[in-house]
Design a protein around this ligand. Structure first.
Ligand code: ATP
Length: 239
C-alpha cells in the first residue's frame, strides 16, 4: 500500500501548499486525483517521488509510506528502486536521444533486466517499436506521452504516478492512453492518476480524491464522484 498521511509541504520555507493531505493507493488499484490548477496535485506527486528538493520544497509534517516504510526522505533514485515511478507532466523525454535510448535510461535501476524489459515495453507500445531508432524529439505529442510512460515502465514499477497523461492530446490519443493505463494496471501496477480529464480518470479509477488549495475536500469511490453534482459541474461540464 502506498499511503500519504497528513502531509504538509512548503516551498521556499514559507509557502504552505499542501495542508494535511491523506490519501492511499492500494496495490494494483487505480486512484484518481482531481483538482483545479494550482491545487497542489503535482506537488503531492513530487513529495511521493522525492522530487520536492529540486523545486525548493520540503515535507514539514506527515509522511509518505510504502508498505509501512517512510519514503518521503529518500532520494528520487531510491524511491524508483522501491518500485514507485513518476511520469511527469509535459512528458520530459530526452529529445536528442532515440526512442530506445530513452527507454534504456528508464531501466537504469535494473541493468541486467534491460533487454527483457525493453521487449516487454516495446510489445505494449507498437508505435514505439516502429520508431525505436528515431530521435525522440521528432515524435508526435501522443508518441512522446507513450515514450514517457514506457520509460517509467522500464523500471517495472509497483506504483506508477501519472501527471496529466492526457494533457494536450487529441480525443483518439486520450482513448489510447486510457487503454494503456488499464493494460499497465492489469499487469499489477497500482496507479495514482492526476488528471484534468475527470471523465477519463474516474472511468478508470475505483477511488478518487479532489484537492482544493492543498486540502482533500472529497474522498469517495469513483462512481460516487461521477454522480456528485459539484464534480459534474466543475470537472465534467455537465452542470
Ligand atoms: P497544475 O495543474 O497547474 O500543475 P497542481 O494542482 O499540480 O496544478 P501544483 O503545481 O502542485 O498544483 O502547485 C501548487 C501551488 O504551489 C501553486 O500555487 C504553485 O504556484 C505553487 N508552486 C509549485 N511549484 C512551486 C515551486 N517550485 N516554488 C514555489 N511555489 C510552487
Amino acid at each position: 500500500m502506498l499511503q500519504v498521511r497528513n502531509l504538509e509541504v512548503v516551498y521556499d520555507d514559507v509557502m504552505l501548499v499542501l495542508r494535511g493531505v491523506s490519501l492511499a493507493v492500494p496495490p494494483g488499484g487505480i486512484v484518481a486525483l482531481l483538482g483545479a490548477n494550482g491545487a497542489g496535485k503535482t506537488t503531492l506527486l513530487r513529495a511521493i517521488s522525492g522530487l520536492l528538493d529540486v523545486h525548493d520544497g520540503a515535507v514539514t509534517k506527515g509522511s509518505v509510506t510504502l508498505d509501512g516504510d517512510p519514503i518521503h526522505r529518500l532520494r528520487p533514485a531510491a524511491v524508483v528502486r522501491r518500485g514507485v515511478c513518476q511520469v511527469m507532466e509535459g512528458r520530459r523525454i530526452f529529445a536528442e536521444l532515440t526512442v530506445e535510448e530513452n527507454l534504456r535510461i528508464g531501466g537504469h535501476t535494473a541493468h541486467r533486466q534491460i533487454p527483457a524489459r525493453l521487449d516487454h515495453v516495446l510489445g505494449l507500445f507498437p508505435v514505439l517499436a516502429q520508431r525505436r531508432r528515431h530521435t525522440a524529439g521528432y515524435l508526435s505529442g501522443g508518441e512522446q506521452q507513450m515514450l514517457a510512460m514506457g520509460r517509467a515502465l522500464m523500471a517495472e514499477p509497483r506504483y506508477l504516478l501519472l501527471d496529466e497523461p492526457s494533457l494536450g492530446l487529441a480525443p483518439r490519443l486520450v482513448e489510447q492512453v486510457r487503454e494503456l493505463i488499464a493494460t499497465i494496471n492489469s499487469g499489477g501496477a497500482g496507479v495514482l492518476l492526476v488528471e484534468q480529464n475527470a471523465t477519463m480518470a474516474l472511468s478508470l479509477a475505483t477511488h478518487g480524491y479532489v484537492l482544493e488549495t492543498g486540502q482533500v475536500v472529497l474522498d469517495k469511490p469513483a462512481e460516487q464522484l461521477l454522480a456528485d453534482d459539484d464534480i459534474r459541474e466543475f470537472y465534467l461540464g455537465l452542470g
